[in-house]
Design a protein around this ligand. Structure first.
Ligand code: NDP
Ligand code: 8X3
Length: 248
């Protein structure tokens, strides 16, 4: 049967690479993000194989409305890649911006929940589904000034386990891919457009590419039905932990 995948955060980085990797493998894709121009570029590239949805994952009615309006030809969703998310700021807890905290909790945690809740009825109805949650090494450990971003990714780690438990009876596979340092627009967002500071994050070593992660997601999805890659951490070889990176 034809596989249909809904991917959030499809306009950049890991999500965009995953759209391209899965589309190359023949999936039909529902690509989600806020930036319509980027969604239009994906549509121009993949044509009838791809449907776009523009919504902010923080806006629950918008999430529910957009997913309810997915056309028949892109239903039922069998694969959900919960990828949309970002870090906002890198400040100590005593001086962190409340706006940044709200953004990270609302997007990385509540947004993931809203999307999952809207997609799940399609999986439950057919008894088939595979959810990949994009966590982070920041969900496995905590690093200086990572506070709320790390908390949001620890929440993703907890939700990944919780979804697997609650959806076990339904036979829906749930797993997480937790990357270390991947060169995307992530640090540009974290540092609010300070490109110099963002570039410094990836200097002096070879970071992961979004395509490295997309290939791993595709591998997890390609396992036979009795195999579920439940939780996977992937770092650049130069990285040993959030704070230990071998740089030249
Ligand atoms: P990018 O900044 O390149 O991509 C982030 C994506 O999330 C964009 O497509 C963006 O789309 C979407 N997004 C952000 N906020 C919202 C929102 N409010 N509503 C809808 N979509 C939103 O970063 P990455 O590709 O690196 O990040 C993808 C995921 O990977 C995130 O969950 C991140 O935490 C995680 N991750 C990243 C790592 C890294 O080192 N880069 C390492 C570990 C995990 P748009 O702006 O169009 O809405
Ligand atoms: C992104 C990786 O180390 O910047 O989740 O938190 S890190």
């Amino acid at each position: 049967m034809e596989q249909i995948a809904l991917i959030t955060g499809a306009t950049s980085g890991i999500g965009k690479a995953t759209v391209n990797e899965l589309a190359r493998k023949g999936y039909r894709i529902v690509a989600c993000g806020r930036r319509q121009d980027r969604l239009d570029e994906l549509k121009a590239q993949w044509g009838d194989q791809l449907h776009t949805l523009a919504f902010d994952v923080r806006d629950q009615p918008a999430v529910a409305g957009a997913i309810a309006a997915i056309p028949e030809s892109f239903r039922p969703i069998r694969v959900l890649v919960n990828n949309a998310g970002n870090a906002h700021g890198l400040d100590p807890i005593q001086s962190g911006s409340l706006e940044d905290w709200d953004a990270m909790i609302d997007i990385n945690v509540k947004g993931l929940l809203y999307v999952t809740r809207a997609v799940l009825p399609m999986m439950l109805e057919t008894g088939e589904g595979h959810i990949i949650n994009i966590g982070s090494t920041a969900g496995k450990e905590v690093y200086p000034r990572g506070n709320v971003y790390c908390a949001s990714k620890h929440a993703v780690d907890a939700l990944n386990q919780a979804m697997r438990i609650d959806l076990n009876e339904a036979g829906i596979r749930v797993g997480a891919v937790n990357p270390g340092l991947v060169e995307t627009e992530f640090s540009q967002v974290r540092f609010k457009g300070d490109d110099t500071r963002a570039a410094q994050v990836y200097q002096g070593f070879q970071p992961l590419t979004p395509e490295d992660i997309a290939e791993i997601i595709a591998f997890a999805l390609s396992r036979p039905p009795h195999v579920n890659i439940a939780d996977l951490v992937v770092m650049p070889t130069a990285q040993a932990s959030s704070t230990i990176v071998r740089k030249e």
